[in-house]
Ligand binder design. Structure first.
Ligand SMILES: [Zn+2]
Length: 179
């Protein structure tokens, strides 16, 4: 089976005067996250997990924060582009599972919308995307409200169109709707 696993981890610091963008949506909050892009810590962790699974390094390599092209950029564009690199190499997402770690704000009500946005960005089904939110019980930097962390694991697969020895190896329903 041509499958790979990948993991991603990212942290951004809370600051005032910026909107909070998380999971591709804007969430009303007193603080936003500091970053060169829109600082969407969740999408960055997902992009890193995808790139890592395919052996394609990380988002810092593909989208360096020294490049003004990416200043303030919508991280959905970075995620889409990262996934495009995977598709170029014949890889497709099986599923992703992500956790956002912060004390505040409470994210539960926003999760269905994040899932839809992420699934749309990757052109996969919502059932392939799972997002969780948790706190660290007021411990550590997330517990002290200094920042937000996100971690993600992904599974990807590469269909073996040409080797079809079993006579049953065809693209399955976990693949994107269009290539
Ligand atoms: Zn980041």
């Amino acid at each position: 089976m041509n499958i790979r696993v990948g993991q991603g981890f990212d942290v951004h610091r809370w600051v005032t005067g910026r909107p909070l963008i998380l999971g591709g949506i804007e969430i009303p909050h007193t603080h936003g996250l500091l970053g060169h892009s829109d600082a969407d810590v969740l999408l960055h962790a997902i992009a890193d997990a995808l790139l890592g699974a395919a052996g394609l390094r990380d988002i810092g390599h593909h989208f360096p924060d020294t490049d003004n092209t990416y200043r303030g950029i919508d991280s959905r564009k970075l995620l889409r582009k990262a996934y495009f690199y995977l598709e170029e190499h014949g890889w497709y997402l099986v599923n992703l599972d992500a956790t956002v770690i912060c004390e505040r704000p409470k994210l539960a009500i926003y999760i269905p919308q994040m899932v839809r946005v992420i699934a749309d960005t990757l052109n996969v089904r919502s059932g392939q995307v799972n997002i969780k939110a948790t706190t660290t019980e007021k411990l550590g930097f997330t517990g002290r409200n200094e920042g937000v962390a996100a971690q993600t694991v992904v599974l990807i697969h590469k269909p073996e169109h040409h080797t079809n020895k079993a006579g049953m190896r065809t693209p399955n329903k976990t693949e994107p709707k269009s290539h």
